[in-house]
Design a protein around this ligand. Structure first.
Ligand SMILES: *[C@@H]1O[C@H](CO)[C@@H](O)[C@H](O)[C@H]1NC(C)=O
Ligand SMILES: *[C@@H]1O[C@H](CO)[C@@H](O)[C@H](O)[C@H]1NC(C)=O
Ligand SMILES: *[C@@H]1O[C@H](CO)[C@@H](O)[C@H](O)[C@H]1NC(C)=O
Ligand SMILES: *[C@@H]1O[C@H](CO)[C@@H](O)[C@H](O)[C@H]1NC(C)=O
Ligand SMILES: *[C@@H]1O[C@H](CO)[C@@H](O)[C@H](O)[C@H]1NC(C)=O
Ligand SMILES: *[C@@H]1O[C@H](CO)[C@@H](O)[C@H](O)[C@H]1NC(C)=O
Length: 392
């Protein structure tokens, strides 16, 4: 009985839980350019709260990468030494000051875009999902002027790029885009998978659009590298829910956690879309491989990671693969879109939708009422009995 009451009260508190984490921050998004060569630039997102500042530094120098740094003061600043940053040994070119205010720091680097031929692969879970074409190294991409895409109103900007050398012309009328968006309060976007964001997070949407595939049934994959903390790689956790209110037929939320909380996290739903209108018909599975330790020299190097962390050898990497040989695919419309959240602190959790709460309440409510009635009956019955006892 007590556990039932507990369960019911848990369910009742589950509804407003998502709102409790709401914290607003002063969020600014700006491009920091090299005075001498304005084509070199960084995108700096600064989210200032009452007692902390989060810094996200995105860059298209080398492979697309982001640094995330959390400090315990509203007054921390980012300092950039450009001449050092674009040199061959950029160690120390990026700093967040004061150094002792840093509570957490890590980085993500998007190193390579893979393309697989899934023609002869009937097993959807096969790894790799077919024969791999030569990958595109994202270090060898050139990115459009980020300032042109900067939108201070929606706190977003897009790194849109194509290979510097494109002998087959695959990217002649297409691009790979990394759309970055920050938020000053919590909410969720209109497009699935509608991840719940907070002011502590920033969203990345990766779009591959209009690029000519090399086969009729090409699947794409993205290699992601990160820094491990100590000897271990970050852990990936799968969270299941009984609710798919925001992402049709997706009951899972994947999370990469750098350490024990509060730490950094990357959060995504294992779904990508093959059409702009992300819906059930265009949903493709997104599979994540386990994280492996890898040597820095095997990966395209990111100057900003080297600039902030110095020479490191604790890189970990994993692959994300989008789609399966059956079902919707990139081949439908030459369109692929996947998104994730990056943040520091406790990852946002979806509250149960009112529909599911209703169903659960009805399902639990009927037996609970019967139990309750039974309990009252028993109590009354015992009382009745005890009142009668002295007479007997
Ligand atoms: C990028 O675009 C901005 C605004 O459109 C412009 O002022 C700047 O000169 C451009 N930078 C380069 C390197 O072309
Ligand atoms: C941050 O800077 C402001 C203005 O310079 C100052 O009033 C405040 O005390 C500083 N806060 C901290 C935590 O250093
Ligand atoms: C930037 O780095 C260079 C090379 O280490 C150094 O000579 C220069 O003084 C630095 N500039 C600043 C503003 O710290
Ligand atoms: C797929 O299988 C067929 C028949 O086994 C074979 O002829 C064809 O070359 C294979 N295609 C690829 C891309 O492996
Ligand atoms: C792709 O499909 C077309 C038409 O169905 C076919 O002619 C062509 O050989 C296929 N290409 C490959 C690489 O399988
Ligand atoms: C990602 O997949 C490619 C192609 O199968 C493979 O060469 C590479 O080693 C994988 N990377 C990781 C980190 O698993």
């Amino acid at each position: 009985m007590r556990s039932l009451v507990l369960l019911l009260s848990l369910l009742l508190t589950a509804a407003p839980f998502g709102l409790l984490g709401e914290e607003t921050r002063q969020v600014s998004l700006k491009v920091i350019s090299d005075w001498l060569d304005p084509s070199q630039n960084l995108l700096h997102i600064q989210a200032v709260g009452a007692t902390s500042t989060l810094h996200y530094v995105w860059s298209g120098l080398g492979p697309p990468a982001v640094l995330l740094v959390a400090t315990n003061t509203p007054n921390s600043t980012l300092s950039v030494n450009w001449s050092l940053l674009i040199s061959s040994e950029p160690d120390g070119a990026l700093m967040v000051l004061p150094k002792e205010s840093i509570q957490f720091s890590s980085a993500l680097v998007f190193t390579r875009l893979f393309e697989f031929d899934s023609t002869n692969t009937s097993d959807a879970a096969a790894k790799p999902p077919g024969k791999s074409y030569p990958p595109y190294s994202l270090a060898d991409f050139s990115w459009d002027n980020i300032t042109d895409s900067l939108d201070p109103a929606s706190l977003s900007a897009t790194f849109r790029g194509h290979p510097i050398h494109d002998p087959t012309g695959a990217f002649a009328s297409g691009s790979l885009a990394f759309r970055v968006q920050a938020f000053s309060r919590s909410g969720r976007p209109a497009q699935p998978p509608r991840l719940l964001h907070t002011a502590d997070t920033c969203q990345l949407e990766v779009d591959l659009v209009g690029v000519s595939p090399r086969g009729n049934r090409s699947l794409f994959g993205l290699e992601v590298a990160t820094l491990g903390h100590g000897p271990d790689c970050p852990s990936v956790r799968e969270q299941r829910s009984i609710d798919d209110e925001y992402a049709p037929a997706v009951f899972q939320l994947d999370q990469l956690l750098w350490g024990s909380l509060p730490s950094g996290f990357m959060q995504w739903r294992p779904v990508a879309f093959s059409q702009k209108q992300g819906g059930r018909e265009s949903a493709m599975p997104c599979q994540a491989s386990p994280l492996y330790r890898t040597l820095a020299y095997l990966l395209p190097q990111s100057p900003i990671v080297r600039a902030f962390f110095g020479s490191q050898n604790n890189f970990c990497a994993f692959n994300l693969t989008f789609g399966a040989s059956t079902g919707p695919g990139y081949w439908d419309q030459h369109y692929l879109s996947w998104s994730m959240l990056l943040g520091v602190g406790t990852p946002p959790v979806d509250a149960l939708s009112s529909l599911v709460l209703g169903i659960v309440a009805v399902a639990l409510g009927a037996p609970a009422l019967m139990l309750l009635a039974g309990g009252v009956f028993l109590l009354l019955g015992r009382k009745w009995y005890s009142e009668y006892q002295p007479i007997n």
